[in-house]
Design a protein around this ligand. Sequence first.
Ligand code: FMN
Ligand code: ATP
Length: 255
Amino acid sequence: MRAAIGGFDGMHLGHQALIKRSDMLVVIEKGSNLTPGSDRCDYTNLPCKFFDLNDIKDLSPIEFIAILKELNITKIVVGKDFRFGKNRSGDLDLLNNHFEIDAIEEVKIDGIGVHSRIIREFIKNGEITKANRFLGHTYKIKGKQIKGQGLGGKELVPTININLLKNYLIPKQGVYITLTNKHPSLTFVGTRSTDGNFSIETHILTKNMELKIETDIFKIEFLEYLRENKKFNNLKDLKKQIRQDILKATQFFNI
Ligand SMILES: Cc1cc2nc3c(=O)[nH]c(=O)nc-3n(C[C@H](O)[C@H](O)[C@H](O)COP(=O)(O)O)c2cc1C
Ligand SMILES: Nc1ncnc2c1ncn2[C@@H]1O[C@H](COP(=O)(O)OP(=O)(O)OP(=O)(O)O)[C@@H](O)[C@H]1O
């Protein structure tokens, strides 16, 4: 059994290079927020064995190796920088005494190593297209619909207000071109001028609110950062701005 080992938060292009050469993933969960928990399984059909870092961080390298052997692992697929065990004291040479090793060269884009920590910085800065290039897929969050202020449908445009299912990294405040359950949409992320509360809300461009009955779980894929969150003193100006956003988004999708 060939096993790739690591955190795999994001399931980015570096991770994908390992996954292609493996039969299973050993996922060490250390507080992920790009593809938290089982979201990693959206990007692979390989079986995943999860370990919580807190449960294994005090194991010596030899104790960790014993656990891997119990999983019938014969070959380890990792990046060349891989270290493991208490205080990162185990390295590839030590692993090589027990398993075959497939050590992968660092995957880079534009000379920059692809790593979860770099992708998190892009997302926090609103650099969503860059994040998506490094991920090799779109950045996604999942949530359930919650009741909004009831203002959107009446005074502005109808929106689905989202309560996140997991501890996803929230992109920089602003307005994004998105897909919501694959439907072209615009998503607002930020503190609302109307009531000062933080919200994530989506306006579906092609369909109205029939989506509500299709499902109660919404998957929002971020495609492009459109603009910053702005403070509005009246609904008329906000509505005018939203109309411009919708125009840009319909051009983007060619709809
Ligand atoms: C495309 C779009 C852009 C938005 N831009 C802003 C904005 O720049 N500033 C802001 O305070 N609220 C913005 N909003 C959020 C509105 O304030 C929000 O939809 C309104 O308060 C209605 O909320 P409700 O759905 O809870 O009724 C935006 C909403 C959408 C759909
Ligand atoms: N760019 C990359 N190229 C090749 N291998 C990689 C790359 N990034 C990570 N790996 C390997 O993938 C496995 C999972 O690594 P890990 O989850 O620590 O990824 P990471 O993106 O480097 O995370 P972080 O940014 O949190 O350090 C490890 O074996 C690691 O060596």
